[in-house]
Write a protein that binds this ligand. Structure first.
Ligand SMILES: *Cc1c(COP(=O)(O)O)cnc(C)c1O
Length: 361
């Protein structure tokens, strides 16, 4: 017997992705606040469009996503030729790693950065490099200091997950200008909609040849289950990614749902309005209970407890109340809980449960 086939170097270093918990034993309908989903769900117009598209499921979908790209371009004032759509923004992250890195080359992300950056870097055989943050904020100087000729991709989620912090445009510009020549800066805008007046760094993408922005329908648009995201990039990058993209990567149902969701401006605006009000109420409520919490620029808050023990106990207390949140131990926050902003009544339940936990009720 010869030795069994082995995967490529790096693959077995990938830890299996841990998703947000979705079930609680003994609780029929738990309140799920663990995956930063839109608590109001998708736009009804998107649901109707998907229903219509189901009847066309015998047809292969569009390969160039022209309809969806046109909708995104019209709504956001973008150039449709610079848009490339993927199965969630995760797929765009994956394409970027597949196209631009390999053995000996580095993919940089920050200390508490999103798990997909490391997973996609290792899948491409590249070296993931983690750079420290400063007080839970991306540290531009630390990145610039560490970046070298092997660094080809730098992933920055802005707003960041799980910290919910935000780096202003001047800092992003300084980062883009200071990186080595042969390096792409990727601005992951999964939560960009939640920052009023922020366009995800679009102007930087248009002004330079080395900045890419990724966006998703999974968060503000309430379509995490549909799996649609996109990249906005210089043309040479779009051309490259389209060569490795599967021609039918998005289903007809996904394309129809995302296009209708993008065009339903009122639905997303109302969801964002409630989110902004409610996250401020959550942050204020947590602080009143003596639980540390930064201002949030996203649709979740990071509640910081005294230590891991207290966070674990608070997590258990919330679960006993039928509430599932995220204990981001794997992201370097054993002492914290990440809580997605829910509907007003959901957030009241969270604050009430934490009040009894703190003995302050
Ligand atoms: C949720 C999230 C995404 C979105 O991933 P999709 O594949 O588009 O669902 C991307 N980046 C970060 C930081 C996220 O938290």
């Amino acid at each position: 017997m010869s030795a069994p086939i082995r995967p490529q170097p790096g693959i077995l270093d990938i830890a299996l992705y841990q998703g947000g918990q979705s079930a609680l034993e003994g609780v029929a309908e738990p309140l799920k606040l663990s995956s930063n989903e839109n608590p109001f769900g998708p736009s009804p117009a998107a649901v109707a469009a998907m229903g219509r598209a189901l009847g066309e499921s015998h047809r292969y979908p569009s390969t160039d996503h022209a309809g969806l790209r046109a909708a995104i371009a019209e709504v956001h004032g973008l150039d449709p030729d610079r848009i490339v759509c993927g199965v969630g923004s995760d797929e765009i992250i994956h394409f970027l790693c597949q196209a631009y890195v390999g053995p000996g080359l580095e993919v940089m992300h920050t200390e508490h950065g999103f798990a997909m950056y490391r997973i996609s870097a290792l899948a491409a055989g590249a070296v993931p490099v983690e750079v420290p943050e400063r007080d839970r904020l991306v540290d531009v100087d630390a990145i610039l200091e560490r970046a070298g000729p092997q660094t080809r991709l730098v992933f920055i989620a802005n707003p960041a997950n799980p910290t919910a912090t935000f780096l202003p445009m001047e800092e992003l510009t300084r980062l883009a200008e200071g990186l080595p020549e042969e390096c792409l800066l990727v601005l992951d805008g999964a939560y960009a909609e939640f920052v009023e007046g922020y366009d995800g760094g679009r102007a930087l993408v248009e002004a330079r040849e080395d900045v890419v922005m990724t966006r998703t329908f999974s968060k503000a648009y309430g379509l995490g289950g549909l799996r649609v995201g996109y990249g906005y990039a210089p043309r040479h990058v779009v051309d490259t990614l389209n060569r490795i993209r599967g021609p039918f990567n998005l289903s007809g149902v996904a394309l129809a749902g995302a296009e209708a969701a993008m065009r339903d401006l009122d639905w997303v605006a109302e969801c964002l309005r409630v989110n902004a009000e409610e996250r401020a109420r959550l942050v204020g409520g947590l602080r009143q209970l003596g639980i540390a919490c930064d201002e949030s620029f996203a649709n979740f808050v990071l509640a910081r407890f005294a230590d891991e023990g207290e966070a674990t106990a608070a997590d258990a207390h919330l679960k006993a109340a039928g509430i599932i949140v995220r204990h981001p131990k794997g992201y370097g926050f054993p002492q914290a809980l990440r809580i997605t902003v829910g509907r007003p009544e959901d957030n009241s339940r969270v604050l009430d449960a934490l009040a009894t936990f703190k003995g302050a009720a």
